[in-house]
Design a protein around this ligand. Sequence first.
Ligand code: ADP
Length: 448
Amino acid sequence: MVKSLWMKFFLLLVAVSLVALSAAFLLRELMVKDFREYLEGEREDRVYWVTAALESAYETASGWERQRVIDDTVWALMLGFETRLRDAGGAVVVDTESALETLSPLVKKRVISISEFSTRDRSGDFLPYPLFLGGQEIGRLEVKFLKPRKESLFISRSNRLLLLTLIVLGGFAIFLSVVSSRKLTNPIKRLTEAVTSISEGNLKSRVVMPGKGELNRLADAFNRMAQTLELQESLRKKLTSNVAHELRTPISAIRGELEGMIDGLIPMDGEHVQSLYAEIGRLMTLLEGIEELSQAEASGLTLRKKSIHLEPFLKNIVERFGKIFRDKDVVLELRCEGELTVSADPDRLSQILINLLSNALKASERAGKVSVIAVRKGPEAVITVADEGKGIKQEDLPFIFERFYRTAGGGLGLGLTIVKELAEAHGGRVSVRSEYGKGSAFNVSLPR
Ligand code: ADP
C-alpha cells in the first residue's frame, strides 16, 4: 500500500504517461500493419500487370516466344519480384536469371540494383499464378517477392522513431511527474507541518502560500483559524490574569480585615462586620460581571433572535430608566424612526442598552441630557446613546471596550466589553465618538 500522497501522485502521472506511450505504440503497430497491407495489395496488382502483359504477348505471338517475354520478365524484376514462366506442359520458358543473362552487363547491373535482386541469396518460395487465354490455361507464372526495400526502411525508421519517442517522451513524462507531484504535495506537506505545529501548542504557526487556487484558499482559511486561535488564547490568558488581579484586591482586603480581627487589632463589632459584608458584596458583583461577560462571549451560539420593532422596544426601556434619570435630574429622551425593526435577541439587546444607559447616567452631571436615537442606515439600524456628560479622554478611547478597563473608579470595566461582544454576536458592531468634557455618543449598528 502506497502511503505517501507524493508517491500516489507520482505513480498516477507515470501511469497516465505509460498509457499515452502505449497508445503511441499501438498506433504505430496499426500504421505498420496498414502499410504492409497496402504494399501487399500493390504487389498483387503488379503481378496482375505482368500476367496480363504475358498473356497478351502469348496472344500476339500465338505461343510462347522467348524473346518477347524476356522484357516482361525484366520488367517484373524491376517491379520487385523474381519470376519463372512455364508453358502449359510445365517447361520453363524463361526465368529471371536467364532473362538477365540476355542484358548487357551495364543494364543488368542497374536492373539488379534497382530491384535489389541478389544472385547469391535466393531463398524463399515461388507462388504460382496460372495464365489463361480464351478460357484455356496457357502456362503458369511463378513469382517470388523480393524483400521490398521501402518496407524495411519504413519499419526500421519507425522503430527508431518509436524508441526515440519512448526515451524522450518517457523521460520527460517522468520528469514532469516528479516535478508536478512535488508541486502538488509540497503545499499539503507545509500545511500538515503547520497543523502539527499548532497541535503542539505553537499558535504562531502560519503557512505562506500566496495565490488563488484551492490550496491557497485552504492555507488562507488555515491562517485565519490559527489567528483566531491565537487571539482566543491570548484573550483567555488575559482574562485569567485580569480575573485573578480583580479578585485579589477584595480578597486581600477581606483577609487583612479578618486577620486584624483574629489578632484583636480590629474590633469584631457591627461596623466592621458590615464593612466585611460590603466587601463580599463587591466580590459577588465582580463574579456576576465575569459570568455575564462569559455569557456574552458565548452568546453567538445561544441567541434567540426575533424581529424587534424598535420604537415600542426602546420606549419600554426608556420608561423603565425614567425614574433613576429623574432622580439625578437628567433628561432622557427618545427619538426613533417609525417602522424600524432589527433581528435580535430581545434580552441581549436590552442588556446592550442598559449598559450604555447606565454609563451615560454615570457620566452625566445634574441637569444633563441623554438621548436614545434610532435611525435606518442602509441594511442596518443604528441605535445611538448620546450624553452631554464628562466625555472620555482621547488616550482612553482605544481601550474602553477592553475587559476591566475603566477610567474612573466604581465600575468593573466590563460593561462596554459586554456591549461589544453582544453587538458582534448579532453580526453588528459598536463605535464611539467622545470629546472630553463635552459628552459621548455610542453607536450600536445591527442588521435590520
Ligand atoms: P464600567 O463598568 O467601569 O462602566 P465600562 O466597560 O462600561 O465599565 O466602561 C469602561 C470605561 O469607559 C469606564 O471606566 C467609563 O469611565 C468609561 N465610559 C463608559 N461610558 C462612558 C460615557 N458615556 N461617558 C464617559 N465615560 C464613559
